[in-house]
Write a protein that binds this ligand. Structure first.
Ligand code: NOJ
Length: 754
């Protein structure tokens, strides 16, 4: 009881960030409920069993599962779906259990529910948070009408090693871009009001440093400096929290020996106490039980106690809280108030979703039949897919293709609908997807198709036919890369060259000497430097979702100009990883002259083939008149940075204007370049627009001894079309030292266009 009262009081205290503090009504409801709940019922709220498998949703909801719900033994289910099914399941909770507490239904909606849109890495390549917001909103509609309340997205893990298969699920290598995309998704899923229409609760994951696992090996340890943790990993989490994300998930991995699921300093200390997060912290799948395998707990009861002390409210799939938390409490009654806190967070979230007022608010059997893959939803997916395509190279303006061209399409991925929809397909169906081949056949008369070779087979018997087709065609689209199952969870790869027989196929087709457009598909950057060098034109096209083919055809045929940008550099070789454009300068910076002793490999050229931010257009753009409204600002001030951008090409096109900063002299070495603003803007031929970035001194802060320090001195600015295509430079000064309370890269730069 006392615990309940203390909780209600803490819940009412305003916290930093944007999430509104709980209303008095919510706090009162929670207090009353906590006072009535037995320990078993409290632990029940913290239990999130799987209601099915990813590929067989709902399959585990049997008579025993329903009995457990009746006893108040379940707080949430994951891997469930369906408006009628979930209505029936909810009915058991709110009509047949003692306290009638509604259940929370969760599912992984990572890049769409039924209407699958481009995979998250591709969405990051749009450099268009508004496109991402629109996709997340559309996914939320489909998810919520299906009776679900909660998605395990956005994944905001910054990743600089594409050997890690989960790079497909994030926004790439940059913390600023990652923060912008985290905000867009969170707000798209939740809107400003969780109790509004068609919302779903977002889950920022995987809290800790999951993207920094050693060698890109999924689930392995991360060992990184406090500075990197705070400056690179934390910003997108902070941004997601500030955008109001209602839940967080702890990561599987440890940081320097401390598994995140037991990391009290990080979860309770930083996320809860410092950042003021009062939503649900859920473990990753079975991660509480895995504390034993990590070697920090001997028994499941100890694992449960550790996770609870760390601040983990809900146990996903492992059942450790359900089976062992009670005995942990018997041994250590000081855990009881922590249980009340955890249950308070869960009940508060249910209240914020409006479930106590109407437990059936989500789920709409009639709309469920009409909104899925509807024409408006397809249009949103197609717009995003078009925006995600990155034109890497276009020698001799080989692209766009003439509509009269005789085109050979070579490569099995060109007609792989399953891969088009990506790995997290929720309720997606491959029959909804239009492949590149299917789309081209409806748009061009002279298309020949030869699969040639596939990503999962070493069979080269189709190569000869592919070569013949290339010889007979005006131009060949060589479609190669990874399929949907080469990237994603537990899909780390040591070799990032083309899998299967595709390299031999590509070499043979390129050897014809005929014009070849390399179309690279897949969920991660691949190391294919020689193919990128040999092919006169190349595109990175990711896995683009149900509208994959039509969107790609729009780009290939010039109905839209490409403007996607790489959210991660394309490496030369897996042996050169990890790498990032935002590296430190070092005392001996990489030098092309091998006679010098510098920070590079002797058997690999310096840097990626194409870096972060790279992407070409069918138009060209001139940058001019870079001006600053002030030469010097104080630590709490902003400077407006304006640049004029002109479309000097012949077609309407988007340009992605990028602002980078560097602190050239500071108490600690600073990265050679850091993204601090961007804007994708549409320009007609000859049109000029002026883009203004309002940069705050706080965005130049660095992490020093546990604080964000704004150091006085010069800040250099670079504006351009890519991290390696800087078109204009300027500088300003910060007049005196100051301090900030926010990760610098989590602060988004307001941009205006005139
Ligand atoms: C494990 C994954 O790491 C996580 O991202 C996902 O949300 C859960 N499984 C639930 O499917």
């Amino acid at each position: 009881m006392a615990g309940g009262f203390a909780l209600a009081t803490t819940l009412l205290t305003p916290r930093p960030g944007r999430a509104a503090p709980p209303t008095a009504a919510h706090a009162q409801r929670i207090k009353t409920l906590l006072a009535r709940m037995t320990l078993d019922e409290k632990i029940g709220q913290m239990h999130q069993p799987a209601g099915g498998r990813q590929k067989a949703l709902n399959s585990k909801i049997d008579a025993a599962a329903l009995d457990l719900v009746r006893q108040g033994g379940v707080g949430s289910y994951l891997h469930v779906a369906g408006a009628q099914f979930l209505r029936d399941l909810q009915k058991v909770a709110v009509e047949e259990s003692r306290l009638k507490i509604p259940l929370l239904f969760a599912i992984d909606v990572i890049h769409g529910f039924r209407t699958l849109y481009p995979v998250p890495l591709a969405m990051a390549a749009t450099f268009d948070p508004e496109a991402y917001r629109a996709c997340a909103r559309m996914a939320a509609v489909e998810t919520s009408v299906s009776g679900l309340h909660w998605t395990f997205a956005p994944m905001v893990d910054v990743a600089r090693d594409p050997r890690w298969g989960r790079v497909v699920e994030g926004a790439g290598e940059d913390p600023y871009l990652g923060s912008a995309m985290a905000v867009a998704q969170t707000e798209g899923f939740q809107t400003k009001d969780l109790a509004g229409r068609d919302t779903v609760l977002a889950c920022v994951k995987h809290f800790g440093a999951y993207g920094a696992v050693a060698g890109g090996r999924d689930y392995d340890s991360a060992d990184l400096s406090e500075r990197t943790l705070n400056e690179v990993v934390m910003p997108a989490f902070h941004a997601g929290k500030t955008a109001g994300a209602g839940s967080f998930m702890t990561a599987f991995n440890d940081i320097g020996g401390v598994p995140t699921t037991a990391n009290a300093a990080l979860v309770r200390g930083q996320l809860r106490d410092k950042w003021g997060f009062d939503g649900i912290v859920v473990s990753d799948w079975n991660a509480i039980a895995e504390l034993i395998a990590h070697g920090v707990a001997e028994t499941p009861a100890q694992a449960a106690a550790l996770a609870l002390k760390a601040g983990v409210d809900m146990d996903m799939a492992g059942g450790v809280y359900a089976a062992h938390l009670k005995s942990a409490v018997a041994e250590d009654p000081s855990l009881l108030p922590l249980i009340d806190q955890a249950v308070g967070h869960i009940l508060l979230t249910k209240a914020r979703l409006g479930l106590f007022d109407d437990p059936y608010r989500f789920g709409d059997v009639a709309r469920e039949k009409t909104v899925m893959v509807s024409a408006p939803h397809r249009a949103i997916a197609r717009d995003a897919a078009r925006k995600a395509v990155v034109l890497l190279k276009n020698d001799g303006a080989l692209l766009p293709l003439a509509k009269t061209a005789k085109v050979a399409v070579v490569g099995a991925l060109a007609d792989d609908a399953r891969s088009a929809i990506g790995s997290w397909k929720a309720r997606g169906e491959e029959t909804d997807a239009v492949t590149l081949l299917a789309a081209l056949k409806t748009r061009l008369s002279g298309v020949t198709y030869v699969p040639g070779a596939a990503p999962r087979s070493d069979d080269l018997s189709g190569v000869a036919a592919a070569v013949e087709a290339a010889k007979a065609a005006d131009v060949t689209l060589l479609v190669v890369g990874e399929d949907f199952d080469h990237s994603a969870e537990s899909r780390s790869r040591a070799d990032l060259s083309l899998p299967g027989g595709q390299k031999a196929l590509a070499d043979a087709v390129l050897a014809t000497g005929k014009p070849v457009v390399l179309v690279v598909m897949g969920g991660r950057p691949l190391a294919i430097p020689d193919l990128l060098a040999k092919a006169p034109a190349s595109l990175m096209t990711w896995l683009l979702g149900v509208e994959s083919g039509p969107a790609l055809a729009d780009i290939l045929l010039g109905e839209a100009s490409p403007a996607g940008r790489l959210p991660m550099g394309l490496p030369r070789d897996a042996g050169g990883l990890p790498e990032t454009y935002a590296h430190y300068p070092t005392g001996r910076p990489a030098n092309p002259d091998l006679a010098q002793d510098t920070a590079r490999y002797h058997d690999l050229d310096i840097g990626p083939v194409y870096p972060f931010g790279h992407g070409l257009s069918y138009a060209s753009f001139a940058y001019s008149d870079l001006t600053l409204d002030k030469a010097t600002i104080g630590p709490n001030d902003t400077v407006s940075v304006t640049v004029a951008v002109t479309n000097t090409g012949k077609v309407a096109a988007d340009e992605v204007v990028q602002l980078y900063m560097r602190d050239p002299l500071a108490a600690v070495a600073r990265p050679v370049k850091e993204l601090r603003g961007f804007r994708r803007l549409a320009l007609k031929p000859g049109e000029t627009r002026r883009v203004t970035f309002k940069l705050a001194a706080r965005q130049c802060a660095f992490w020093e001894a546990g604080r964000w320090r704004i150091q006085k001195g010069k800040i250099e600015l670079m504006v351009g079309a890519s991290s390696d295509d800087i078109r204009a430079r300027a500088a300003f000064a910060i007049s005196v030292d100051g301090w900030s309370d926010t990760p610098a890269a989590a602060l988004l730069t307001p941009v205006t266009v005139a």
